[in-house]
Design a protein around this ligand. Structure first.
Ligand code: UDP
Ligand code: MG
Length: 289
């Protein structure tokens, strides 16, 4: 037998949850009739929802033994949800997807084929259109990908979405990175493995609304860049070295000047040298730290 775990982070998804459950069940039975050896586990993460999501999950878990759920004490964000899901999934293959049907469940059988028949470790999706998304969000999103690819050591694929299937081996690698400020897209790229990208057109949320505010996304983007880049540290180190080097030259220069012409304004040179030189050294040390 082979077990596939499907991880679904949910935050205030009472409108879409029943629809999602319906759709996923169809896909599961379709896959089971084609591959007799398959078993499924649905692992929902209730990320501190304030609506009826938790009640619905309880009900589902009671009536369907394939359903399990984890419920957070408050809203911790989707990253925390995905991490908890990965840590607790038991499957030989693990799927991560959104509850709002923006990640079409029909892709799962195709994704499964890639990892079982074609030797991939992971199959995931990439949006080739952003229809239905706000203009501003698309512009900033593109900007983020360009910046991130230029300044970090991981290559992020434009339009990548958190909808994927992974082998157990890849899941274990992802879990071995026990970072606190997680940026999963970067982590998935960083661990490597053979990844199949499936292009698809953006699907609009079926009901309810997006849980991401502009600022939420902005902060997330900063996390993404700082988590995978040493560029800010290198900049500080570089600036510190330049400043202390220039200060050093200045000290030598003013010393010679003082010996030749005598003291012009008492005390001022010593203060300036100390401030500049120490400033440079401090910045350099911060960079090293
Ligand atoms: N989500 C979550 N915690 C949050 C925000 C979102 O678990 O704090 C879940 C949400 O329920 C959904 C998925 O993450 O299943 C994607 O969220 P959403 O559809 O709001 O994001 P978008 O599709 O607009 O990027
Ligand atoms: Mg969505």
């Amino acid at each position: 037998m082979k077990l596939i775990s499907i991880i679904v982070p949910c935050y205030n998804e009472q409108e879409v949850l029943p629809l999602f459950y319906n759709e996923i069940q169809k896909i599961i039975s379709g896959m089971q009739s084609e591959h007799k050896e398959l078993e499924f586990e649905l692992l929902f993460i209730n990320d501190g929802s304030k609506d009826n999501t938790l009640m619905q999950l309880r009900e589902m878990a009671k009536n369907d033994e394939r359903v399990r759920y984890i419920s957070f004490s408050r809203n911790f964000g989707k990253e925390a949800g995905m991490y908890a899901g990965l840590e607790n999934a038991k499957g030989d293959y693990v799927v991560i997807m959104d509850a709002d049907l923006q990640h079409p469940p029909e892709f799962i059988p195709e994704m499964y084929k890639y990892v079982t028949e074609q030797g991939y470790d992971c199959a995931t999706t990439r949006r080739v259109s952003r229809k239905g998304e706000s203009k501003i969000r698309s512009v900033f999103s593109r900007m983020f990908y360009n910046l991130s690819n230029r300044f970090t050591d991981v290559d992020l694929v434009q339009g990548a979405v958190d909808f994927r299937i992974m082998t157990r081996q890849m899941v274990d690698s992802v879990l071995s990175l026990a970072e606190r400020q997680r940026f999963s897209k970067g982590i998935f790229a960083w661990v490597g493995f053979r990844t199949k990208w499936i292009p698809y057109k953006n699907v609009e949320r079926i009901m309810g609304k997006s849980k991401w505010s502009f600022w939420g996304l902005f902060k997330y983007a900063i996390d993404g860049i700082t988590a995978f880049s040493v560029a800010p540290l290198r900049t500080v180190t570089f600036m510190g070295s330049v400043i202390s080097f220039l200060a050093f030259i200045y000290i030598i220069f003013t010393l010679i000047q003082t010996f030749v012409y005598g003291i012009v304004v008492p005390g001022y040179v010593t203060t300036l040298c100390a401030v500049l030189f120490l400033g440079g050294i401090i910045e350099l040390s911060i960079g090293i730290l």
